[in-house]
Design a protein around this ligand. Structure first.
Ligand code: BT5
Length: 271
């Protein structure tokens, strides 16, 4: 089903990806759940938990992440960043940048990010990020579980009907099989690098680079808040805190902390 993937075989045999500990499972409920449990037991920072499929893969706000077996990358990394709890939302944006960079290095493709956590190629979603945190007894830093789901060699028929219109995989888009081991290695290294940059230099450099991958800047969006308020306006991109700025027709600028945005008009996202 997959091309020969020496790194995958090596990870299975050694439980390591370079220096990083990796737990590889054929199936689990959610790698984020397992990673959190492992973190509570004191698992090493930057450990990776990966599964070939998930029965209860999670998205944000109680949504599901579909994990067709054997063709994607579904993994969670245990991070303990030296950051203020208020800065943790920036990790999701930094991770989006890490995925773009990793995908671009391994495949030459140029994904874009739809704030805050969707990664798109050819206007369709191929990856999503779920960041969860927990304060740990006896530790001064909260643990951050960074969960990433990516459709790599997934075939169109592996998506249910309701996802076929809006989901894609790197191989569907590029017409070739992609080596999952190389991609995991590159993305994991990029994550470690962006988190370290966030800790040492703050958010502005990462934001400047993130802006180059912003798939919705200057596009008209609709955002529906949790209490049902609808804001329609033009995206000005994220601010220095990672909140999305949207300017409505009256010129009022809204700062959006969470939730979903949709393009107001058809026409797709940049490819
Ligand atoms: C996300 O949520 O996009 C975050 C996904 C994170 C998944 C990883 S896999 C490893 C780790 N373990 C977990 O349990 N989770 C993380 P959100 O923005 O809420 O998007 C969810 C929506 O994306 C769903 O409601 C669907 O519309 C769509 N979706 C679900 N599965 C998909 C898939 N495989 N490909 C593309 N879109 C999908």
């Amino acid at each position: 089903m997959n091309p020969v993937d020496p790194l995958w075989q090596e990870m299975k045999a050694t439980g390591r990806l370079g220096t990083l500990p990796v737990t590889m499972l054929d199936e689990t409920t959610s790698t984020n759940t397992l990673a959190l449990e492992a973190a509570r037991r004191g698992a090493e920072t930057n450990s990776i938990i990966l599964a070939e499929t998930q029965s209860m893969g999670r998205g944000r706000l109680g949504r599901k992440w579909l994990s067709p077996p054997g063709t994607g990358l579904y993994f969670s990394m245990i991070l303990r960043p030296e950051l203020d709890p208020a800065d943790l939302a920036k990790i999701t944006l930094a991770a989006g940048l890490a995925v773009c960079r990793g995908v671009s290095t391994v495949t030459g493709l140029k994904p874009v990010i739809k704030w805050p956590n969707d990664l798109l190629i050819g206007g369709k979603k191929f990856a999503g990020i779920l960041t969860e945190t927990e304060a740990m007894a006896g530790e001064n830093k909260p643990v951050v579980i960074l969960g990433i789901g990516m459709n790599i060699n997934t075939k169109p028929t592996q998506f249910p009907n309701d996802l076929q219109e809006k989901a894609t995989s790197l191989s569907i888009f590029s017409g070739r099989e992609i080596c999952r081991g190389s991609l995991l290695k590159e993305v994991a290294e990029e994550i470690i690098q962006v988190v370290s940059r966030l800790e040492k230099e703050g958010f502005s450099g990462i934001l400047a680079e993130w802006n180059l991958h912003d798939g919705t800047r200057n596009r008209e969006l609709v955002w529906v808040s949790r209490n049902g308020t609808t804001v329609r306006g033009v995206s000005l991109g994220p601010d220095q805190d990672g909140l999305l700025r949207v300017r409505d027709q009256q010129g009022t600028v809204y700062e959006i902390l969470s939730g979903d945005i949709e393009l107001a008009s058809p026409g797709g996202l940049p490819e």
